[in-house]
Design a protein around this ligand. Sequence first.
Ligand code: DOR
Ligand code: ZN
Length: 350
Amino acid sequence: MMQTTLTLTRPDDWHIHLRDGDALRAIVGHTAKQFDRAVVMPNLKPPVTTVALAQAYRSRIELALRAANVPLGSFTPLMTLYLTDQTAPDEIIRAQESGIIIGLKLYPAGATTNSDAGVTDLLGKCAKVLEVMQRVGMPLLVHGEVTDPEVDVFDREALFIDRVMMPLRRAFPTLKVVFEHLTTKEGVDYVRDAEGPIAATITAQHLLYNRNEIFKGGLRPHFYCLPILKREVHRLALLEAATSQSPRFFLGSDSAPHIKGLKENACGCAGCYTAVHALELYATAFDRANKIEQLEAFASFRGPDFYGLPRNRGTVTLVREPYTVPLEVPYGDETLVPLAAGETLPWRMR
Ligand code: DOR
Ligand code: ZN
């Protein structure tokens, strides 16, 4: 008989963009409704480069949660710091002692939205910081794309493995590394088989779609994110990894809101908005692969296990009932178009 309900231990989102100000207030409730904890990306303007800035940002998130009527204590933001060429080794010690910082985020300079302040030469400029991170057990969360404009946009992740990831992990073999929003078969093979403490997050869009989706019947900007959607062979490798028994692959939505007008634009921003329906999207992908029973490990167990945090208590329930994705959601004075807007998905959160 076809399974009609699915009860999971409360899941976490290990990669989210919550933005700031009106935008933060508009969306934080979506993530808090679906997830118990979320790893909050630091690519604000200006970026969250110090513990003091992260503490202030965390307080703004707490206020926004209160304004959105999220019950106190029902959602925990796990903060990150934005690594730069100038990050001081002492900042890592402060981060560790603060108890609110879960990792440092590496944006190669120029790789994506608000990455201008990112790292220009990881091993050249950040060796001391990486050494301290390795020593104290502070994870490095990696946007894994080379930024060389000569490199084809579809090849940037695969090349990053050879040019940056492998030298990094040779130099710092016990540094905890999360390869964020993995998008390629090369990435899956590397993370699955590598020695030492490495894991990867996978988004819903990279499990559901290949790059054809961006061009189906015309240019469809809401399917544009970075790293960009890849060929079907890569999607299948990601789906296989996510639904496998490997402890190294877990949920990170990379939900990245941009106002409708900046997506539907001559130079549209990168990012898919998936926070309002993340679990519905992931359930759809797992169900289509006939692996719905693997969703709990992916969404609720492997993330905390890798980070050394307790698994959540409490549960959420998904039911097999049609869920039509809203065409738009409010975003301050503007609107957002969620991924798969207007489409009907087979699962909904109860
Ligand atoms: O598509 C993306 N959007 N990829 C990123 O790496 C950043 C994100 C954003 O902040 O908009
Ligand atoms: Zn991201």
